[in-house]
Ligand binder design. Structure first.
Ligand code: SF4
Ligand code: FES
Length: 248
């Protein structure tokens, strides 16, 4: 396959940035999108040019490092898939692809397709944890968890913190990410002690980071590679109201 790429090149946060056109001939359909970028980069390095900077780590859809807009869709056109798991067989010979970094004020561009997502870390540090005494592991069934809650908590825990939900949201809201963490912990007995302070602190931190508010557009759910559902946002909103009005 021959693919034409238009890639956002930006040297640093202060650079204006621009789209640059590249031709990648001989793309193997079994390559992942990132492997296709590797091939492009090898060619650029051989020509003495700067390779395209992009984030990646596991390349198996579990770490949350990768991500870019491909033709305006976060992580590209395949639902429920990270960019590293998107294979070139989902494109056609001769396709022209526009590849850009996540666009959100809270995610400033570091270089090319790499953005700074430490705002997510600060939201987690504000309340996305439980406080528990360390020691030996408790017995498996010492704290019983209803099956339905365990399943829902597990689904919410699948969030890998990639930031696609923010990038796709017209408000650049971090609600799906934040609500996934709040649901994950709020559905389990271990998360109850700090449930109220968690939601209040995390929402306050998201506001301080200048993420937008959720207006139920649903683009986040559509592009989430881990199929996190909008229902987690409803649960976060209920927790937020209960924490502020008192009583659940
Ligand atoms: S909710 Fe989905 S899109 Fe958002 S950070 Fe988590 S995994 Fe990524
Ligand atoms: S590189 Fe880890 S999820 Fe894509």
């Amino acid at each position: 396959m021959r693919i034409t790429l238009h890639i956002w090149r930006q040297r640093n946060a202060n650079d204006k940035g621009r789209m640059v056109r590249y031709e990648v001939p001989n793309v193997n359909e079994h390559m992942s999108f990132l492997e296709m970028l590797d091939v492009l980069n090898e060619d650029l390095v051989a020509k003495g040019e700067d390779p395209v900077a992009f984030d990646h780590d596991c390349r198996e859809g579990i770490c949350g490092m990768c991500g870019a807009m491909v033709n305006g869709v976060a992580h590209g056109p395949l639902p429920g898939t990270t960019l590293c798991q998107l294979h070139m067989r989902h494109f056609k010979d001769g396709d022209e692809l526009y590849v850009e970094p996540w666009r959100a004020r809270a995610f400033p561009v570091v270089r090319d397709l790499v953005v700074n997502r430490s705002a997510f870390d600060r939201i987690i540090a504000a309340g996305g944890f439980i406080s528990a005494s360390t020691g030996s592991a408790p017995d498996g069934n010492a704290i019983l968890v209803p099956k339905e809650n365990a399943d829902r908590a597990m689904d919410a825990a699948a969030c890998i913190g990639c930031g696609a939900c923010v990038a796709m949201c017209p408000n650049a809201s971090a609600s799906l990410f934040m609500a996934a963490k709040i649901s994950h912990l709020g559905l389990l007995p271990q998360g109850q002690a700090e449930r109220d302070q968690r939601v209040v602190a995390m929402v306050a931190q998201a506001n301080a980071e200048l993420f937008g508010s959720c207006t139920n557009v649903g683009e986040c759910e559509a592009v989430c590679p881990k199929d996190i559902k909008l229902e987690v946002i409803a649960r976060m909103n209920r927790d937020f109201l209960a924490a502020n009005l008192g009583g659940r």
